[in-house]
Design a protein around this ligand. Structure first.
Ligand code: GLU
Length: 507
């Protein structure tokens, strides 16, 4: 029987979730759902010094906004609860002890000051100090002092750490689903700390123990964890779990728009786009980082954009809803190299999703703005305006600026347009036009078009002598859709009022 697919998203609550993290969660989710598997949220908070208030809640809220539902997790519990590592604290000691008993780990008593001094000494020789097979036998640990001394130190409450004993000159193979076989030389790895005397495991031990106990089948995570993978492979081996070891997939980085380095949390606001799903206010500095949600992105557009940053469907298709992404997603189509983040493409996706929304939904989203502006308009009319104008916007927040003239007469007139287009006979032409349009019987585009053409022919005028003036009167500037369309929306009475108003003001 094949095993039920189980993946986890395992963030540390050290700050807001960056879009790279959201993408990792998304790929985990897509992979799980594609394979009828489970998607689990585990909070890795063993490093209490890096804990940030509100980060866990932020992570949960962000993924909820994205529509990524977990099957088990810190916020909904499940058969492997608790899902927060600080609450699983007691459980890890047993495995650290097992590694000690098997001789795969050892106690080390070196103080941080002693290690710092060594680091400096090595640095002055242009070398790097690390705790390893080359140095451990000259250091203060259970491999160099007697058993009774170790016991005594532990009994007296001396601070210690438990370190893994990395073997010398071994090739450690990590089979990565994206990168293929990656081989690491164990001599280049250090004896990482697994456990500390404060009773907390480090990331490495907790991560491996939990992935095993939670029956995780696939570890899909950022590329920054690839260097830790050989250590994790050794831990699975030493704990006797190598046969059930999860498969690894290390995702490529998200890069800055110019491709120069990793997209960092400061890049977004510096370059004018959000790098976080939701707005984040740093609890200490009160600094505000913008979010996709608050910037007017639809979660579907955001997810669609992220999915394609590193994965491709193998076709030209770009627009995918979540269900379509699940169906199309396979790990073997995740690329090896980093993906440049393209803020313009992100806007393009939002634009596409606005086009897909029906006019009713858009009117509903636009309504609060109209209320705020004290505009009362028939909802059907609002729907029609939204339908006409949606192709001109990327965000609903742009709707008012682009379509205010459908709801209210202009109060200012573009001086440049006046300077360029207002001639001596302009007032006369406009007056004539407003006197004639009274007779317009029908407000459909064709009738208005025919009416304007007839007006121009009868009065021997060119389009250029009338249309820009009409636009000035009706809109106040040179933006907006076709004049016939505007007249058809606002009607002849309102058009006449605006024309007369404009003549008064410009004169
Ligand atoms: N806690 C790690 C992080 O914050 C998780 C790494 C992993 O998925 O193994 O990214």
């Amino acid at each position: 029987m094949t095993k039920n697919i189980r993946v986890r998203f395992a963030p540390s609550p050290t700050g807001p979730l960056h879009i790279g993290g959201v993408r990792t969660a998304l790929y985990n989710y897509l992979f799980a759902k594609k394979n009828n598997g489970d998607f689990i949220l585990r909070i890795e908070d063993t490093d209490q010094t890096r804990f940030v208030t509100g980060a866990e809640e932020y992570i949960i809220e962000s993924l909820e906004w994205c529509g990524l539902k977990f099957d088990e997790g810190v916020h909904i519990s499940g058969p492997h609860a608790p899902y927060r590592q600080s609450e699983r604290k007691e459980l890890y000691k047993e495995y650290a002890d097992l590694l000690l008993a098997k001789g795969f780990a050892y106690y080390a008593f070196d103080s941080s000051e002693e290690l710092e001094t060594l680091r400096k000494e090595y640095e002055s020789k242009k070398e790097t100090f690390f705790y390893s097979s080359k140095t451990r036998l000259n250091l203060n640990n259970s491999l160099t002092i007697s058993e009774s001394e170790v016991k005594q130190k532990l009994l007296s409450g001396e601070k210690y750490v438990i370190r893994i004993k990395i073997p010398e000159n071994e090739q450690i193979v990590v089979n990565d689903q994206i990168r293929g076989v990656v081989t690491f030389d164990s001599s280049l790895l250090d004896d990482k700390v697994l456990y500390k005397s404060d009773g907390m495991p480090t990331y490495h031990l907790a991560n491996v123990v939990d992935d095993h106990l939670m029956e995780i089948t696939h570890v899909i995570r950022g590329e920054e964890w690839l260097p830790s993978a050989p250590l994790h492979v050794l831990l699975y081996r030493y704990l006797g779990w190598e046969k059930e070891m999860p498969q690894f997939a290390h995702l490529p980085l998200l890069l800055k728009p110019d491709g120069n380095g990793k997209l960092s949390k400061r890049d977004g606001d510096r370059l004018g786009f959000p790098v976080f799903p939701l707005q984040w206010i740093d609890p200490k500095t009160k600094e505000i980082y913008s979010g996709y949600k608050e910037s007017g992105y639809f979660p579907e557009a955001f997810i669609n954009m992220l999915a394609l940053l590193g994965w491709n469907p193998g076709t030209e298709q770009e627009i995918f809803n979540l269900q379509q992404l699940i169906e199309a997603f396979t790990i073997d189509r995740v690329g090896k190299s980093g993906s440049k983040f393209d803020p313009e493409k992100a806007k393009w996706f939002n634009h596409q999703y606005i086009q897909k929304k029906d006019n009713k939904t858009l009117a509903y989203l636009f309504a609060p703005v109209l209320i705020e502006k004290n505009i009362s308009a028939d909802i059907k009319y609002v729907e029609e305006v939204c339908g006409l104008m949606k192709e001109r916007i990327n965000f609903m927040s742009e709707m008012w600026d682009k379509s205010a003239f459908f709801f209210t007469a202009p109060s200012v007139y573009d001086p440049k347009l006046i300077k360029d287009k207002w001639k001596e006979n302009s007032a006369q032409i406009l007056t004539l036009f407003s006197e004639n349009i009274v007779n317009l019987q029908n407000h459909n585009i064709d009738s208005i078009d025919a009416f304007i053409n007839e007006f121009l022919t009868t009065n021997q005028l060119g389009k250029g002598q009338l249309m820009p003036l009409l636009r000035l009167c009706l809109v106040g500037n040179s933006t907006g859709p076709d004049i016939t369309q505007i007249i058809s929306f606002i009607g002849k009475t309102e058009s006449i009022n605006r024309i007369n108003n404009c003549i008064q003001k410009v004169k």
